[in-house]
Design a protein around this ligand. Structure first.
Ligand code: ZN
Length: 152
């Protein structure tokens, strides 16, 4: 009986550590990778797309292969909806060279929600990527918070 209990305890702790490992691996995947232009790498995009707020508050979408080498935009289209304090603002993008560039600027302020509607091709189902547009510098990774790569 004692042995059985010991085996059970061992099995339980094994389960717990396996579950923990799976959880840790999952967290690792969700963590944002550093991007060349300091922006935010958008999930579920391939080639990987990076959302960048430029100095003039225009937005660019840049593309990278798995090794984070820049690749040209092809058939992708993007619409950004900024849910700013003054109301929702929709931003359209044009392809300029290898990247997509917004026709308009982001609304004033920050800390508001942003939805990137991403389409790989004209026929593809759009993918909605939501995040908060925080423009302060993260003390840990020294990146702008919306592109932060820390685990917080
Ligand atoms: Zn950070």
């Amino acid at each position: 009986m004692k042995t059985n209990l010991r085996i059970l305890t061992f099995a339980l702790s094994l389960c717990a550590s396996l579950a923990f490992t799976a959880f840790a691996a999952d967290k690792q995947d969700n963590k944002h990778k550093a991007t060349p232009k300091g922006g935010r790498l958008l999930d579920k995009t391939k080639p990987r797309a990076e959302f960048v707020v430029e100095k003039d508050r225009g937005v660019t979408i840049n593309f990278y292969d798995e090794k984070m080498k820049p690749v040209a935009a092809t058939t992708q289209t993007v619409t950004v909806i900024a849910d700013a304090k003054g109301g929702k603002v929709k931003m359209e993008f044009d392809k300029q060279g290898d990247i997509l560039v917004s026709r308009t600027k982001l609304p004033e302020g920050d800390g508001y929600g942003v939805v990137v509607q991403f389409k790989q091709t004209a026929e593809a189902k759009p993918v909605n990527l939501r995040f908060k547009l925080d423009m302060y510098i993260c003390g840990e990774c020294q990146r702008v918070e919306y592109g932060c790569i820390c685990d917080h």
